[in-house]
Design a protein around this ligand. Structure first.
Ligand SMILES: Nc1ncnc2c1ncn2[C@@H]1O[C@H](COP(=O)(O)OP(=O)(O)O)[C@@H](O)[C@H]1O
Ligand SMILES: O=C(O)C[C@@H](O)[C@H](O)C(=O)COP(=O)(O)O
Length: 328
C-alpha cells in the first residue's frame, strides 16, 4: 500500500481552505454575458472534496472562514447537512464576504469560471483559529493550494501542517491553482513547493505542476524526480480526458484512463476525482483502483450540473467502473 493511515482516529479527512458559493449557469450553450439564470450551490474545491467524501461514507471535517451573513450561514448549514463536521468553520466578524464563482457553460468543451474573490473571508482564516486538537482527530489533512495565496490564511495552513506532522496525520496537497487569487507566478511557485515538500500525497493537473515549477511545459518524470527528494510518497498528475498518472516513491507508475460520459461541463472533475481517489486510499484499495475510483467519480460529475451536490455514491462509481467505457 502506498500510504498507511493511523486508523485510530474518529475522522478520515479534515480539509482546510475555502468554502464558497458556485452560481452555475442554468442556461447552457451561452456566454456569461447572455446568461440570465444561475443556480446556487456550495462550492470551493476543498469544500467540494469533503462533501464528496461524506457522500461516499467518510467522516469528514472542514477548517475555514465564511462570511457572517446569509451566504456564510447557508454554506455551513449545507455542509453540516451533507454530513461534514463544521465545528471548525468560523464566521468573519469584520464584514468580509464569501467568495463567488459564476460558471459559464458555452459547450461541453468550452466552460469557464469567473471568480469574485476580492477580500474574501476564506483568506482571512488566522493561525489562531486553527486548533491543533482538531487535526489530531483525523487520518488525513487535505490542503488546498489556494489557501496559500495570502496571509493570514497562508500561516493558518502552515500551522495545520505542523500539527499534522506532529500527530501522524497524512498531509494531502491538492494544488488547486486559481489564478484570481495570486499576485505572481514566483510567489505561487515558492509556496506551492514549500508545502509539496512537506506533503505525503500531492495531486494536481499537469498545468498546476507547471505553476509549481514555474515552467511553461514540464514533464511528469521531472516533476516526480524533484518531489521524491522530499516527503511525498505518492504523486498524482491529471491530464483531463487523457486520464491521470500516479507515481509511487518505489518507482511504480500507474495510469488511469478517463471514462466516456455525456459531458455537460468540465468543472467539478478535479474535486470529484480527489474525493473518490482519497476515499479509495482510505479504504485500503490499491493505487490502481484509486485511479479508477477518481476517474469514474469525475465522469459522473462532469455529466451533472453542480460540483458539490452531484457527488456520486459508491454504488454509482462501481456501476460505471463495471460497465463504462474508457477513453483511449
Ligand atoms: N471530459 C471528461 N470526461 C470524462 N472524464 C473527465 C473529463 N475531464 C476530466 N475527467 C476526469 O477527471 C480527472 C481530472 O480532470 P482534470 O481536467 O485533469 O483536472 P481538473 O478538473 O482538476 O482540472 C481526469 O483525470 C479524468 O479522469
Ligand atoms: O473551487 C472553486 O472555488 C469553484 C468550484 O466550486 C467549482 O465547482 C469548480 O471550479 C470545480 O472545478 P474543479 O476544481 O476542476 O473540480
Amino acid at each position: 500500500m502506498a500510504i498507511t493511515f493511523n486508523n485510530d482516529r474518529p475522522l478520515d479527512i479534515i480539509a482546510i481552505g475555502r468554502a464558497c458559493l458556485d452560481l452555475n449557469a442554468v442556461e447552457y450553450n451561452r456566454p456569461l454575458e447572455e446568461t440570465m439564470t444561475f443556480r446556487k450551490y456550495v462550492g470551493g474545491s476543498p469544500a467540494n472534496i469533503v462533501i464528496g467524501g461524506a457522500k461516499l461514507g467518510l467522516k469528514t471535517g472542514f477548517i475555514g472562514k465564511v462570511s457572517a451573513d446569509q451566504h456564510g450561514r447557508f454554506i455551513r448549514e449545507y455542509m453540516t447537512n451533507a454530513g461534514v463536521d463544521t465545528s471548525s468553520i468560523v464566521f468573519d466578524n469584520e464584514g468580509r464576504k464569501s467568495g463567488l464563482a459564476f460558471t459559464e457553460i458555452i459547450s461541453p468543451e468550452e466552460c469557464s469560471i469567473l471568480m469574485y474573490r476580492e477580500n474574501v473571508a476564506d483568506l482571512y482564516l488566522t493561525a489562531d483559529e486553527v486548533n491543533a486538537d482538531d487535526i489530531k482527530q483525523t487520518k488525513m489533512l487535505l490542503v488546498s493550494g489556494t489557501a496559500l495565496a495570502q496571509s493570514p490564511s497562508r500561516e493558518a495552513v502552515f500551522k495545520a501542517i505542523q500539527a499534522a506532522s506532529a500527530h501522524d496525520v497524512k498531509v494531502v496537497f491538492e494544488l488547486d491553482y486559481r489564478p484570481y487569487t495570486w499576485k505572481s507566478d514566483m510567489e505561487t511557485a515558492v509556496y506551492y513547493h514549500q508545502v509539496a515538500e512537506k506533503a505525503d500525497v500531492v495531486i494536481g493537473t499537469r498545468e498546476e505542476f507547471n505553476k509549481m515549477e514555474n515552467v511553461e511545459e514540464g514533464t511528469n518524470e521531472e516533476s516526480v524526480r524533484r518531489l521524491f527528494r522530499y516527503s511525498p510518497q505518492l504523486i498524482v498528475i491529471k491530464h483531463g480526458v487523457d486520464g491521470s498518472y500516479a507515481y509511487e516513491r518505489n518507482g511504480t507508475v500507474h495510469h488511469g484512463k478517463a471514462y466516456k460520459t455525456k459531458v455537460l461541463k468540465t468543472f467539478g472533475a478535479g474535486d470529484s476525482y480527489a474525493s473518490a481517489f482519497l476515499y479509495a486510499l482510505l479504504q485500503e484499495k490499491t493505487v490502481e483502483q484509486a485511479l479508477h475510483y477518481g476517474g469514474a467519480s469525475a465522469a459522473i460529475v462532469v455529466s451533472k450540473h453542480s460540483s458539490s451536490e452531484a457527488m456520486p455514491t459508491e454504488e454509482e462509481i462501481i456501476e460505471l467502473m463495471a460497465n463504462g467505457e474508457t477513453h483511449g
